[in-house]
Each structure stands twice: as structure tokens, then as C-alpha cells.
Design a protein around this ligand. Structure first.
Ligand SMILES: [Zn+2]
Ligand SMILES: [Zn+2]
Length: 236
């Protein structure tokens, strides 16, 4: 009777141990599955699988040669692989040569009229000379603008250019025809002679409010020079 009980106990133990043996691998298996999932997810975040495949494929055939990044696309190899992010706009005369984005304002609505835009200030003898533009309804007044280092009007406040005080003396004015497009200010021919349609100066109105010369037949307005309604912008 005791022997029979012992056998029964042994059988029960065997069943339990089998059951526990069966449980243990199952738990480990579940653990592995979870771990695999975590690893896969981490891998996805760091390196998308497509990139891994592309890189492997290309390492076999060539080393990447990347074009320069543009505002539209990151640096790209001829095989399609990319590196880094998109670049910045490449402005030429206020227009991005890649996407056409503008870094200037529409002058038809943003150009200040009856206000002098002044710039290209430079010393000539004891004078400071610059160019100025003033837009009226029917004419653009082009001015060779003078500042005298000698004060003639005791009530006048000086401007300081490169450490020297200068006093405004007006200038020689000449009215020109002009035209505004959505993107350009076109100063045309003089009222006083030559072709009314001849282009004297082309400018863009930058988003910072400065007029910038993009084309010029007048030495007072060299290409690239900035003109502002606030003289402090152009005294630096
Ligand atoms: Zn490549
Ligand atoms: Zn662009």
C-alpha cells in the first residue's frame, strides 16, 4: 500500500515537473518575443530598414558622391541615397534660383512714396556723396545727394560717416519715368532726354525694407548697393 502511494506521488511529481518544464520554455519564449520586438522597434527609430538596404547595396558598387543640398532636397547621390537635411534658398536678385521663392516685397504695395531712399554714401574730397531715389505718382526723382563736412546752417544736425560729421546740402535732381512690377522697381529714362523706356536702374525691395540695385546704368546706384528711407541703415 505504501509502495503504491509512493508510485502515485512519483507520477504526480513527474506530471508537475513536466508541466513546469513546459511552462519555463514558454515563458522564456515569450520574453524573447518581447525583447525581439523592442530591438526591432529601436532599430526602426535609428535607421529605417530601407536605408540599411540601400546602404548595403551601394557599399558594394560605389562610394556615394553627394550633390549640394538645395532648399528642395538634401544632398543626394546619383544612386538616390541622401545625407543631411534640406539646404537654404539660393537667392539671386531676390529670387531663389531653385524654387523661385522671393526674399523681397511687392513694391506696388510696399514701396514708400514721397520718401527719399538714400544709399551708396562715399567720401569725395570734403563732401559726402550718395545716390537717392524718391517715388512720386508720375515720376521717380533720381538725386545725386550731397553732404558737406563744413556746417553752413547753424540749426542743422550732422550725420556721422566714418567718424566725420556731415551736413545735408540737398542735391542735383533729375526726374525719370518708372514702372513697378510685382517684383521689381524699374527706373526708366529721364524726363529730360533720351529714350523714356530705357532702363536706368532695376531694384528689388527686400523684406528688410531696403531697396537693392540689381541692374544699373548709373554709377550712383551700383549693383548690390542698398538704399533705405532711414539714413542710419546706410551710414555704417
Ligand atoms: Zn550612392
Ligand atoms: Zn528655394
Amino acid at each position: 500500500m505504501a509502495k503504491k502511494l509512493f508510485i502515485i506521488l512519483m507520477v504526480l511529481c513527474l506530471i508537475f515537473s513536466l508541466a513546469s518544464c513546459g511552462d519555463t520554455p514558454k515563458n522564456e519564449g515569450e520574453g524573447n518575443v518581447l525583447l525581439d520586438d523592442e530591438q526591432t522597434q529601436t532599430g526602426d527609430e535609428d535607421q529605417p530598414q530601407t536605408d540599411d538596404k540601400t546602404d548595403e547595396k551601394n557599399t558594394e558598387s560605389h562610394s556615394h558622391s553627394y550633390s549640394k543640398a538645395t532648399c528642395q532636397a538634401p544632398a543626394t547621390c546619383s544612386c538616390g541615397a541622401t545625407t543631411g537635411g534640406k539646404g537654404s534658398h539660393n537667392y539671386s536678385n531676390g529670387v531663389c534660383t531653385v524654387c523661385g521663392a522671393k526674399n523681397y516685397l511687392n513694391p506696388t504695395s510696399n514701396l514708400k512714396t514721397n520718401t527719399e531712399y538714400i544709399g551708396n554714401l562715399h567720401v569725395s574730397g570734403d563732401m559726402l556723396i550718395g545716390g537717392a531715389l524718391q517715388f512720386e505718382s508720375d515720376a521717380c526723382v533720381v538725386t545725386e545727394r550731397y553732404f558737406n563736412s563744413v556746417q553752413t546752417d547753424p540749426n542743422q544736425s550732422p550725420i556721422v560717416f566714418k567718424g566725420t560729421k556731415y551736413y545735408s546740402e540737398g542735391g542735383g535732381q533729375e526726374p525719370h519715368y518708372y514702372e513697378l512690377t510685382d517684383s521689381e522697381v524699374i527706373v526708366k529714362g529721364s524726363f529730360w532726354g533720351g529714350s523714356a523706356d530705357a532702363v536706368t536702374i532695376k531694384l528689388v525691395l527686400q523684406s528688410n525694407g531696403l531697396l537693392k540695385v540689381t541692374q544699373s546704368n548709373n554709377s550712383l546706384f551700383p549693383v548690390g548697393a542698398a538704399f533705405s528711407t532711414n539714413i542710419n541703415d546706410v551710414l555704417k
